[in-house]
Design a protein around this ligand. Structure first.
Ligand code: PEP
Length: 253
């Protein structure tokens, strides 16, 4: 079975101590993950070492960065390089979250460089894509997401692209309490998988996990994750609550 992933995105929330408490709460639930399941915690940079230490010894629990630089190293004050993440054993990095695209002007070309640097450092990119409400309202969402994938990912070899995780996050559903319907999520996930099949091949398309993000919570995770092309979720708000997030992990296929 394809890898199924419950990924928490803490964004810029929680103090260090609150973060420790939250992880303890989730780990205390003692959920044993199957080989095809993972729980990933995208925490703020200063908490990565703490999170890695807490999660070590638990099968398939990983800390993740929320971003990295599109430069290898050098005079880029305030930036964090993929190589630095590797040096503290980070295995995942969220890239191209819509908040980064909107507030920090990240574009598809810069994201292509970030993906490349992550892959060069054995870090799995969780590559976010998704349309705004106005794009969905005119029915242009499939073409919009296709351009995001084409400009950031489709120049990679089959071997490299298989190392990427996709997170489809319709922007109108992020932090709004509005979730895409199961049908809308499945339709876009199938479309994305189809694009990988067309560009690469069916085996590659079937290999790549595609997570859904946008107001996932305990109450809707089960039905969303049950869809054939939805391989888990990238979760913001509900990942800040131990009870909510443990239920979401339990909802993985
Ligand atoms: C996110 O941060 O990627 C996200 C989907 O947030 P929320 O679950 O709060 O909508």
């Amino acid at each position: 079975m394809r890898q199924q992933i419950a990924a928490a995105n803490w964004k810029m929330n929680l103090t260090y101590q609150q973060g420790e408490q939250l992880l303890d709460g989730i780990l205390n639930a003692n959920i044993q993950l199957a080989a095809h399941q993972s729980a990933v915690f995208a925490v703020p940079f200063p908490y990565l070492v703490m999170a890695t230490q807490k999660l070590s010894g638990r099968n398939n629990y990983f800390a993740s960065a929320q971003n990295c630089s599109d430069q290898k190293s050098g005079a880029y004050t305030g930036e964090v390089a993929a190589e630095m993440l590797k040096s503290i054993n980070i295995r995942y990095c969220v890239l191209g979250h819509s908040e980064r695209r909107e507030y920090f002007f990240e574009g598809n070309q810069s994201l292509a460089k970030k993906v490349e640097l992550c892959l060069a450092n054995d870090i799995t990119p969780i590559f976010c894509c998704g349309e705004t409400l106005s794009i969905r309202e005119v029915g242009a969402q499939e073409g919009f997401v296709e351009t995001q994938l084409m400009e950031s990912l489709f120049h990679f070899t089959e071997e490299d692209v298989r190392k990427v995780v996709i997170a489809y996050e319709p922007i109108w559903a992020i932090g709004t309490g509005k979730t895409a319907s199961v049908e809308q999520a499945q339709e876009m996930h199938a479309h994305i998988r189809g694009l990988f099949a067309k560009k690469y091949n069916q085996a590659t398309a079937q290999h790549i996990p595609i997570l859904y993000g946008g107001s996932v919570k305990a109450a809707n995770a089960g039905e969303l994750f049950h869809s054939p092309d939805v391989d888990g979720g990238l979760v913001g708000g509900a990942s800040l609550n131990a009870t909510e997030f443990t239920s979401i992990i339990r909802a993985l296929k």
